[in-house]
Design a protein around this ligand. Structure first.
Ligand code: CMP
Length: 216
């Protein structure tokens, strides 16, 4: 549990309290945990796997809002403001989650300020990310958006060894393009260009980003 950002500063007693109210659940890849506009009934902590947070237009087009990896949590928004789910959530890999009911979540926030502080910090971070995304969509050209997105994924989800960052990538091309807000064809062109310059190399389910070449 120490790996979970939310629990970083908690003592053993506090962690035991969480284990007493949380249910551990396993989901296969592709499971929709909840849909946008559903009633929010639970809070989720991802122990293993990855989650896609996304929204859909009325015509069915999808937009990936965020990719969450192990240690991250979600589902707090609708519990806090009592309104429907703001987005949908789906497992991208087989995933293990801790699920906490809405009532227990509220009790936890009342009891443990460290968790409340962390949830507030997470909301701040998501608002900043959203502002950055709006900025990028408004002011930044699409090639740069793709590159920024690759760097963001590398920073958040990559593991670094020297100059090489390996990004385990459960998103497919469509999802990557939606995340960067570019057409799929443009995404392919930029990725091919980065590959030609040996900045990015691809292996099944992973990208390797060479920082020396990126900065060179
Ligand atoms: P909730 O609205 O209950 O259900 C969807 C969840 O997705 C939401 O809580 C947040 O935890 C998460 N979420 C919504 N929008 C974003 C976003 N832009 N970036 C990251 N996570 C988000």
């Amino acid at each position: 549990l120490k790996k979970v950002q939310l629990f970083e500063n908690l003592n053993v007693e506090q962690l035991q309290r969480i284990m007493s109210i949380a249910r551990k659940q396993w989901f296969t890849a592709g499971t929709v945990l909840f849909q946008e506009k559903d009633f929010g009934a639970a809070f989720y902590i991802l122990l293993k796997g990855s989650i896609k947070i996304y929204t859909r237009s009325t015509s069915g087009d999808e937009k990936v809002l965020s990719l969450l990896q192990s240690g991250e949590s979600f589902g707090e928004l609708s519990l806090l403001d009592g309104r429907p789910r703001s987005a949908s959530a789906q497992t991208l890999e087989d995933s293990t989650l801790l699920v906490i009911s809405g009532n227990d979540f509220h009790e936890l926030l009342r009891e443990q300020f460290e968790i409340t502080r962390h949830i507030m910090a997470q909301l701040c971070r998501r608002l900043r990310d959203t502002n950055q995304h709006v900025y990028d969509l408004t002011f930044v050209d699409s090639r740069t958006r793709v590159l920024k997105n690759v760097i963001l994924l590398a920073n958040r989800h990559g593991s670094r060894a020297g100059n090489i960052i390996t990004i385990k990538m459960p998103l497919n091309y469509d999802e990557l393009a939606q995340m960067a807000g570019v057409a799929k064809q443009e995404l392919s062109q930029v990725l091919r260009d980065l590959e030609d310059r040996h900045i990015l190399t691809f292996s099944p389910n992973a990208y390797k980003l060479d920082l020396a070449r990126l900065n060179g």
